[in-house]
Design a protein. Structure first.
Length: 154
């Protein structure tokens, strides 16, 4: 449990570096895609940490290997509207990373990755939307810490 949470914290630090350093100097869709992959990885470690916590608390018997089963089990174990919003973000990021995408305005401030998901729904990923997703992911890690430790641990 603690190891998975530590891995999530390490991933969020990598995302921090990608956002504030790498993306600043390399405004490419590939860099944005790499950042989204790290956000997904952070969520995966956070979900794993929560499931391990639930297993230690004897709320669940075993942790499934399949990612889809993991988040469904997590939603059943911790029925919480805030967690549901985080899981929806996680699922959207996973869809974006798998979707076909186009690039626009690379090497400029308004670099944009446009992905088509869910029967033609168009999602634009730009620096501002990445910042929002990054902040929400940091809040998810705080949420996980709160559930595991009962209060915010620094």
């Amino acid at each position: 449990m603690k190891e998975a949470l530590d891995n999530a914290i390490k991933e969020i630090k990598r995302v921090d570096h990608l956002f504030y350093v790498s993306l600043k100097y390399t405004r490419t869709v590939d860099m944005m895609k790499h950042m989204v992959e790290r956000l997904i990885s952070t969520f995966s470690f956070g979900i794993e940490s929560l499931l391990k916590h639930a297993k230690e608390e004897k709320k669940i018997d075993e942790i499934p290997a399949n990612e889809g089963l993991r988040w469904k089990l997590l939603m059943e174990t911790f029925p919480n509207e805030e967690l549901k919003n985080y899981i929806n973000l996680y699922l959207r990021l996973r869809k974006v990373i798998r979707a076909k995408y186009t690039k626009r305005e690379e090497f400029r401030r308004h670099v944009t990755m446009t992905a088509t998901i869910d029967n033609g729904k168009i999602v634009e990923v730009n620096i501002d939307s990445l910042k929002e997703d990054y902040e929400k992911t940091k809040n998810f890690i705080k949420f996980v810490r709160t559930i595991i430790y009962g209060e915010e641990k620094v």
